[in-house]
Design a protein around this ligand. Structure first.
Ligand code: 5GP
Ligand code: ZN
Length: 110
C-alpha cells in the first residue's frame, strides 16, 4: 500500500467506489469517468506503478476477473487497456486494467 495512492485508498475504503468484484489479490470497480457504460477498472491490491512491479499470479487473476466480469455483465465487445507511463497516458500510478465495453451501434452509448 502507498499512503498517497488514490487506488490504494479505494482498496482500503477511504475513498468510495462502485465495487464489482473483490478477492484477496484483486479489486474491480467502475471508472469514475466512463468512456462507455460499464467502463471498469481491475486492479491488483499489491501497489505498483508499472506492469513490471506486479507479480505474475496477480496479473493472471486480473485477466481471469476481467473476462468473467465482461461475461457476467453480458458485455460481448470490449477493449482491455493498460497504460504504462505518462507518455502512454497513465494518470494513476497504481497498475490498472480498463475494461471498456463497446456496445453495438443500435444499443447507443459508446
Ligand atoms: P489511466 O489514464 O491512468 O490509465 O486511467 C486512470 C483512470 O482512473 C481514468 O479512467 C479515471 O477516470 C479513473 N479514476 C481516477 N480517479 C478515480 C477515482 O477516484 N475513482 C474511480 N472510480 N476512478 C478513478
Ligand atoms: Zn496504490
Amino acid at each position: 500500500m502507498a499512503a498517497a495512492c488514490i487506488f490504494c485508498k479505494i482498496i482500503k475504503g477511504e475513498i468510495p467506489s462502485m465495487k464489482l468484484f473483490e478477492s484477496d489479490k484483486t479489486l474491480a470497480f467502475l471508472d469514475i469517468n466512463p468512456l462507455s457504460y460499464g467502463h471498469s477498472l481491475i486492479i491488483p491490491k499489491h501497489h505498483g506503478a508499472k506492469l513490471t512491479d506486479i507479480p505474475d499470479d496477480s496479473l493472471l487473476e486480473i485477466l481471469q476477473v476481467t473476462k468473467k466480469l465482461a461475461a457476467a455483465s453480458g458485455v460481448e465487445n470490449y477493449n482491455i487497456l493498460q497504460n504504462n507511463g505518462r507518455a502512454a497516458h497513465q494518470e494513476v500510478d497504481h497498475v490498472h486494467f480498463h475494461m471498456i465495453p463497446k456496445p453495438n451501434q443500435e444499443e447507443g452509448l459508446g
